[in-house]
Design a protein around this ligand. Structure first.
Ligand code: ASP
Length: 327
């Protein structure tokens, strides 16, 4: 009897532990997102659903390849984000939302948890993959953030792929802009963002985020995505975070840094820290989501919206994509 009881208790304990902190940390883990609060079940056709999941799967594939091959977390997050930037379904790179004046102004950032080195760019107009420009800033300038036409010039000089501004514009985003200007705001038109966090085989963390921002934003407006500590953060001693949502609220709540501070100073799990910090965002009136990977291997893909395009893959062969909050 006693043995049966102990066996049941052990099974229950291991089941609880597997939700937040896997019993054994996978050799590597990758989490991605493609924006929160931008989908409604009722408006999603089976074709759209399948296209989004395929896009997420492609990004997981690109990042997983790097990690499985023993590559660095920072290379994996860049690879995953590049795939999402190239996919016109997501609000980053090609297919980004447009400013009130019909231009794509792109923001991105990347952070390496090994040394907390970071790079960020804002208001990019011609760099095909803004996340590559963020990495360029991180690795070659000794600075953290550049904005405006200097980023395009710096990227061109460094040999990054440059495209005409029209490359980013898709009919779907032009329609969304027209609707917004006419006062018709649809959730699926409003915003979005893409991001990735990873832990590599050596236990290093990294985070990357890229976005077109908010539909019909005033020219020059910059949200949380390129702000280190708001939309992106990574530190091997605490966690890696990429955020998506109402940028102004995420900046005011210092979301990414706050989550990692809770992990580091209060010993919270990724899930606990994400949820406490999203509660703060909600108290300010903001909505959105975060992906979090803690140094202890615990992970969270959390949102206070109806859904978030998201995915997770790890070294155990686990790979899963999600769209709605309840799946
Ligand atoms: N956070 C982004 C911004 O405010 C938008 C989003 O993630 O939906 O620019």
């Amino acid at each position: 009897m006693r043995i049966v009881f102990l066996a049941i208790a052990a099974a229950l304990l291991s089941a609880c532990a597997s939700v937040e902190t896997p019993m054994a940390k996978p050799e590597w883990t990758l989490l991605i997102h493609g924006g929160a609060g931008v989908m409604r079940r009722a408006e999603m056709t089976p074709g759209m659903d399948a296209a989004y999941r395929a896009g997420l799967n492609d990004a997981l594939e690109a990042g997983s390849k790097v990690l499985a091959g023993g590559g660095l977390a920072v290379d994996a997050v860049e690879a995953a984000v590049r795939v999402l930037e190239d996919n016109p379904s997501f609000n980053a790179g090609k297919g980004a939302v447009l400013t009130r004046e019909g231009v794509a102004e792109l923001d991105a950032s990347i952070m390496d948890g090994r040394d907390r080195n970071a790079g960020a760019v804002a208001q990019v107009r011609t760099v095909k993959n803004p996340i590559r420009a963020a990495r360029l800033v991180m690795e070659t300038t000794g600075r953290v953030m550049f904005a405006g036409k200097e980023v395009d010039a710096m990227a061109a000089k460094a040999g990054l792929e440059i495209v005409p501004p029209e490359y980013f514009i898709t009919p779907r985003r032009l329609d969304a802009l027209k609707r917004a200007i006419a006062g018709d705001w649809q959730p699926m038109d409003r915003h979005g963002t893409v991001g990735a966090v990873a832990m590599d085989k050596a236990g290093n963390l990294a985070a990357a985020t890229s976005t077109g921002g908010m539909n019909a934003k005033p020219p020059g407006r910059v949200g949380d995505s390129p702000i280190i500590g708001a939309g992106t953060y990574a530190d091997n001693a605490s966690c890696a975070v990429s955020a998506t949502g109402d940028g102004e609220h995420f900046i005011r709540a210092s979301v990414a840094r706050m989550i990692c501070a809770r992990v580091q100073m209060q010993g919270m799990s990724a899930e606990q820290a994400a949820s406490a910090t999203l509660d703060e965002v909600a108290a300010l009136g903001g909505t959105g989501g975060v992906i979090v990977l803690s140094h202890d291997g615990s992970a969270a893909l959390r949102m206070n919206t109806e859904g978030m395009f998201r995915g997770r893959a790890d070294a155990t062969g686990f790979r899963r994509m999600g769209i709605y909050a309840d799946e």
